[in-house]
Design a protein around this ligand. Structure first.
Ligand code: HEM
Length: 557
């Protein structure tokens, strides 16, 4: 076959030369032209020769690439997902299915490790805890993030922030922020969450009174953005909802569209292309101004750290590391990317986790009653919207239970974890191998993309009996899941820095809202058996339509 292609290519190249030659000698009489011509091919027109030439070269190149790829796949020594298309590989299957379900179904068919081709890449998908551990615990220099494959449409937000950085820059950012996110911020989260919950309660009360419906998924997105904006940048709710959300959310929406329609990034003739560019510029200018204003304020008023938010902590760190230095535009750009990253990483994921939890609770009265009981034990039976606290003022952050008390919201947390398992709001993460890694008897070569298949291990019957059934009791019993069978925040050196924050904030929301309201889906078909409510490709996994609910207020007894 290879010989045939090469012979064909040689003929095409030769005929191309003859045509060039005939153009060159065209003005000469027939008997003056050279004799070495190939009959038939030399009779072809210029266009026909060009077509033949291009076709043969294309066939030759694709053949050689396929041979090389197959050689590589044979070396991988694992099941291969069949595909016939050169370069595109399995792309059409991804476009016509839910990508995460497709990859999960391949695990069921081919086993715990398999390889597939996608857009010229060799990918290996893994779901077995032992394999996950090897890849996730590998040295950072051997296994890197597959930034351009996984995060490309969001690079306009993530820039050089922690999620997309590597090496020294990543280590520096992680060191700088991890203490603040794992410890300091947890002190301020309950207060900020209560404020956001009270604002949501105002809206829900209105809906309960006038019978109108509300998109609970959208409201939870606003709530989590408010909490992040307050704790990271000291923005008030008004600023978060009007300025930040209106600038930020359309950029995220366009990024999501570009994941599976990458051609959108080149469609400069579409208004959405320019809207996206101007939107990014506006957001960059806005976040940069927040940083420079704060820096100026700290220096004028000498009020260092008076806001007590993450921005203050990061600026404290900057001053300590660079005594006497001012904040140059490069540092502002870097900090801007870091804060845009936190906003993106920190609000949509938590909102999605809560959305699916409310969605499941709407159909589970018994679990709701148990949550009400648990909430009453921890928060008391109070009207957290209009009730008065110890000081005689409306209940506020000073009236909240202690962190230790909040840790008793075991069922609320279990419901959230079960949603993370069942819906796997981040269904896969990607890694790029930069030094060959051995996984059992497979050597995964350099430049291979590895899919950490979070959804697939969460749905694997071996580790989770009856996996498609929503059952929070999996997380209430004293038994903790086996290592690497529950990895919504992944594990290892690049694990999620916001997991404690997300769970603390979200269990308060689930507890306080469930204590006070009942929700009913406006479109019950959404929860019908066999109906898949998830959007096909948006990550974090969100409902495919708005999640409109009607609201009724409970009588607190
Ligand atoms: C339910 C909520 C959340 C889920 C399911 C989640 C999930 C994840 C996952 C899977 C990763 C790894 C991504 C990768 O390796 O490509 C990650 C990383 C990260 N997450 Fe979260 N996350 C959540 C909430 C948050 C929150 C609230 C924050 C706070 C700002 C946050 C900050 C981060 C950061 C900074 C990283 C990057 C860590 C690094 O690369 O060193 N996350 N998260």
């Amino acid at each position: 076959m290879l010989l045939f292609h090469m012979a064909l290519a040689a003929v095409a190249v030769y005929s191309g030369l003859i045509h060039l030659e005939s153009i060159y000698y065209g003005h000469l009489d027939l008997d003056e032209r050279p004799l070495y011509k190939i009959p038939i091919i030399s009779e072809l027109s210029d266009e026909e020769t060009l077509l033949l030439f291009v076709t043969v070269i294309f066939l030759l190149v694709t053949y050689v690439i396929r041979q090389m790829n197959e050689l590589k796949l044979v070396k991988l020594n694992m099941p291969v997902v069949p595909c016939t298309l050169p370069f595109l590989g399995t792309a059409f299957q991804f476009l016509t299915n839910t990508p995460w379900d497709l990859m999960e179904s391949w695990h069921r068919k081919y086993g715990s490790i398999y390889t597939f081709k996608l857009l010229g890449r060799t990918c290996v998908s893994i779901e077995k805890p032992e394999h996950l551990k090897i890849i996730l615990q590998s040295k950072i220099q051997n296994v890197k993030k597959d930034v351009h494959f996984a995060y490309k449409p969001f690079l306009c937000i993530l820039g050089g922030g922690i999620v997309t950085s590597e090496g020294e820059s990543w280590m520096y950012q992680r060191r700088k922020i991890s203490g603040a996110l794992k410890v300091d911020i947890l002190e301020t989260i309950p207060g900020a969450t209560l404020g956001a919950v009270q604002r949501l309660m105002s809206k829900l009360d209105r809906c309960a009174e006038n019978g109108s419906s509300i998109d609970i998924a959208e409201e939870l997105r606003h709530l989590t953005l408010q909490v992040i904006s307050e704790t990271f940048l000291s923005l008030d709710a008004q600023e978060s909802d009007t300025n930040f959300a209106t600038m930020y959310l359309p950029i995220v929406e366009e990024g999501n569209k570009r994941v599976w329609s990458p051609e959108r990034q080149y469609m400069f003739f579409m208004p959405s292309f320019w809207k996206h560019i101007f939107g990014i510029q506006r957001l960059n200018a806005y976040v940069s101004k927040l940083i420079t204003d704060r820096w100026a304020l700290r220096n004028i008023e000498n009020k260092k750290g008076s806001n007590g938010d993450i921005l203050d902590k990061v600026l404290d760190h900057f001053e300590k590391e660079n005594p006497g230095r001012s904040l140059c535009s490069r540092s502002v750009r870097q900090l801007r990317d870091e804060f845009k990253t936190f906003m993106l990483a920190g609000h949509e994921t938590s909102a999605a986790m809560m959305t699916w939890t409310f969605f499941e609770l709407m159909r589970r009265d018994e679990i709701k009653r148990m949550i009400e009981q648990e909430t009453a034990d921890v928060f008391g039976v109070k009207d957290w919207k209009n009730g008065k606290g110890k000081s005689g003022n409306l209940l506020n952050r000073n009236d909240l239970p202690s962190r230790e008390e909040l840790s008793k919201l075991i069922l609320s947390e279990a419901c959230l974890k079960e949603s993370l398992r069942l819906y796997s709001v981040v269904p896969v993460v990607m890694r790029q191998i930069s030094k060959p890694v051995q996984v059992e008897n497979h050597i995964i070569p350099k430049n291979t993309s590895v899919t950490i298949n979070i959804q697939s291990v969460h749905h694997n019957e071996t580790y989770w009996p009856n996996p498609m059934h929503y059952d929070p009791s999996r997380f209430t019993q004293s038994k903790i899941p086996d290592p690497y069978t529950f990895i919504p925040f992944i594990d290892g050196p690049r694990n999620c820095l916001g997991q404690y924050l997300a769970l603390l904030e979200s269990k308060m929301v689930i507890a306080l809202i469930t204590q006070r309201y009942d929700f009913k889906l406006v479109n019950p078909d959404f929860a019908r058996e066999g109906c898949d409510p998830r959007h096909r490709y948006i990550v974090p996994i969100s409902p495919k339509n708005s999640l409109d609910v009607t609201v009724s207020k409970k009588i607190l007894a």
